[in-house]
Design a protein around this ligand. Sequence first.
Ligand code: 5GP
Length: 177
Amino acid sequence: AQQLEFLKNSIKSIPDYPKPGILFRDVTSLLEDPTAFALSIELLVERYRDKGITKVVGTEARGFLFGAPVALGLGVGFVPVRKPGKLPRKTFAESYELEYGTDQLELHCDAIGPGDTVLMVDDLLATGGTIEATVKLIRRAGGEVKDAAFIINLFDLSGEARLKAMGIDSFSLVNFP
Ligand code: 5GP
């Protein structure tokens, strides 16, 4: 509990970014503190060790920062989910809703397959739109999504319930309204 309080305190909150009325939770301040950064990775690795995870998927861009070290800690491969046009091999693409308009995410078709048990990692869960698109990509590739792990959950935005509706449990180190 003390460790989680330390992690929470390492995250700076920025009012009115990127727009008036939004309180932005800035995980770059956690990354700047080597003790907080190491602890966040250790806690996730501890939780998912020996759970049969075969791949970690991280979503561009902050999902890379946490997903890659978690993959190393678990001794499994890391697979990036990226914005359109960035991945060189054949890809699956999924659209998802933004506050205004839609965007797309892509996954290499051959990066995940049947027999893979996947842990998704991202910095923050808000409405769950980003992670839902990521789930669809992994399932299209034939992988089983085991769990979703986040540094921060903005619980008022109900992302956990959205993931639960897709049959996925989630875990977050820090919770903010
Ligand atoms: P969702 O798709 O769950 O609504 O939004 C989650 C995505 O938006 C995450 O990939 C995250 O990087 C970004 N995001 C939304 N709000 C914040 C915030 O307050 N802080 C940070 N660091 N990222 C945010």
